[in-house]
Design a protein around this ligand. Structure first.
Ligand code: MTE
Ligand code: MO
Length: 372
C-alpha cells in the first residue's frame, strides 16, 4: 500500500477520498477562525504523501544558459529574506458537488470547504530565480514546478505559472517553508511548497523538488489535461483540452457556512456566516445576503485582515444578523460577493456547468426551517 506511510489526520475533517487523501473541514469550523488551524486546513492530494528528510532535502533550481543551477538545502533557503503573507488557497473543485447535483461531473465531491487560509512564510520565488540568474523576459515563458510525490510509473505532480508572475515581487509568489508559524505539515507539502497568491490551488505545488523556466507550460497532466473550464455543451466525447487555457486566477467566490442546509433555526433572529474571496488579488468589497431566495437583499458585515489594493490575497469572513418576522416557516438563504472589479457570482449553476466541475461559484443557497 503506497499510502501506508501517510500522516495521521484530524478526525473533524470530512473525508472525500482516503487514498489519495482528500478532505475538507466542516463549514462551521471553517469560519470559526480567520486563520484556518493547520490540522483542519483542507487537504487535496493526488498521490501518496512523500516522507522527506529535511536534512537531505534539496530544491533544484535550473538556471538559464548563462546563469547557474542551484541545489538548495533548507538552510540555504532560510538565507533568503523571509517573506510572510496571509493567503487563501482554494481548489478549482471547491463546491463541485453543486454542479454534480445538476448533471454528473467527474471529480471529488467537494462541498464548500475546499478553501482555507494560512500565514505562509518563505523565500520569494523571484529572489531565488534571480540568484540563479533568471530575469524577467519579454517573450512568454513559464516557471514549471515538480513535486516529489509520484505515481507508480514515477510521474511526479507538476504545474506551472507564467514567468511574469513569478518574477514580479508584487505578486509575492513564495517558496514557503512555514504555515502559521510552524514547519509545513506533511499533508501541506513538508518541507517546501509553492504559494501563488490569488491563483488556483493546483499551482501551489507541494513537496517541491524542482523549479525550471521553460518556453511552454508544464507538460504535466494537471496543467494540460485537467483544471480547465469549458462550455456546458462540451462532454467527454468532444472535449479538447488544448483549446482552453489552464486556470490561473480564480473568479469571485462566497459561501454560507452557518446555518447549515436543512437545519432548524430559532425564530426572531438568525445569524448567517460565511466566507468570500476573489482571485488575482481582487478584494471583496461587499457580500449581499438574501433570506427569501434572492427577492430582497441585506449587506453583510465583513471581517478579517485588511487587504491591500491589488494584493488582496486572503478571504473576508462575513456575518449578517437578520430578524425573522413571526409566521415565517422557512428561509431560503442566499449569498453573493462582489470584488473590486465589480465582478459578481452567477445566480445559478446551469450556465457555468462544466464536465470537470471546476469554477463552481454560483450564488450559494442554504434552506432552513424556522422553529415555530
Ligand atoms: N502538489 C503536489 N505535489 N501534489 C498534489 O497532489 N495538489 C494540488 C496542490 N499542490 C497537489 C499539489 C491541488 S489540486 C491543490 S487544491 C492544493 O495543492 C491543495 O493544497 P493543500 O492540500 O495544502 O490544501
Ligand atoms: Mo485542487
Amino acid at each position: 500500500d503506497p499510502y501506508a506511510d501517510d500522516p495521521i489526520r484530524h478526525p473533524a475533517l470530512k473525508v472525500n477520498s482516503q487514498r489519495p487523501f482528500n478532505a475538507e473541514p466542516p463549514p462551521e469550523l471553517l469560519t470559526e477562525n480567520y486563520i484556518t488551524p493547520n490540522p483542519i486546513f483542507f487537504t487535496r492530494n493526488h498521490l501518496p504523501v512523500p516522507n522527506l528528510d529535511p536534512n537531505t532535502y534539496r530544491l533544484h533550481i535550473v538556471g538559464p544558459p548563462r546563469g547557474q543551477s542551484l541545489s538548495l538545502s533548507l538552510d540555504d533557503l532560510y538565507q533568503f529574506p523571509k517573506h510572510e503573507i496571509t493567503v487563501t488557497l482554494q481548489c478549482a473543485g471547491n463546491r463541485r458537488s453543486e454542479m454534480n447535483q445538476l448533471k454528473e461531473v467527474r471529480g471529488l465531491e467537494w462541498r464548500a470547504g475546499a478553501i482555507s487560509t494560512a500565514r505562509w512564510a518563505g523565500a520569494r520565488l523571484c529572489d531565488v530565480l534571480s540568484k540563479a540568474g533568471h530575469q524577467p523576459c519579454e517573450t512568454e515563458a513559464h516557471v514549471c514546478f515538480e513535486g516529489l510525490d509520484s505515481d507508480p510509473t514515477g510521474t511526479a505532480y507538476g504545474a506551472s505559472i507564467p514567468l511574469a508572475r513569478a518574477m514580479d515581487p508584487e505578486a509575492e509568489v513564495l517558496l514557503a517553508y512555514e504555515m502559521n508559524g510552524q514547519p509545513l505539515p506533511r499533508d501541506h507539502g513538508f518541507p517546501v511548497r509553492v504559494v501563488v497568491p490569488g491563483v488556483v490551488g493546483a499551482r501551489h505545488v507541494k513537496w517541491l523538488g524542482k523549479v525550471s523556466v521553460e518556453p511552454e507550460e508544464s507538460y504535466s497532466h494537471w496543467q494540460r489535461r485537467d483544471y480547465k473550464g469549458f462550455s456546458p455543451s462540451v462532454d467527454w466525447d468532444t472535449v479538447d483540452f488544448d483549446s482552453a487555457p489552464s486556470i490561473q486566477e480564480l473568479p469571485v467566490q462566497s459561501a454560507i457556512t452557518e446555518p447549515k442546509d436543512g437545519e432548524m433555526v430559532e425564530s426572531g433572529e438568525v445569524i448567517v456566516k460565511g466566507y468570500a474571496w476573489s482571485g488575482g488579488g481582487r478584494a471583496v468589497i461587499r457580500v449581499d445576503v438574501s433570506l427569501d431566495g434572492g427577492l430582497t437583499w441585506q449587506v453583510a458585515e465583513l471581517d478579517g485582515e485588511k487587504q491591500r489594493p491589488r494584493k488582496a490575497w486572503a478571504w473576508q469572513l462575513w456575518q449578517l444578523r437578520a430578524s425573522v418576522p413571526p409566521g415565517i416557516k422557512e428561509l431560503n438563504i442566499v449569498c453573493k460577493a462582489v470584488d473590486d472589479s465589480y465582478n459578481v457570482q452567477p445566480d445559478t449553476v446551469a450556465p457555468i456547468w462544466n464536465l470537470r466541475g471546476v469554477l463552481s461559484n454560483a450564488w450559494h443557497r442554504v434552506h432552513v426551517r424556522v422553529a415555530p
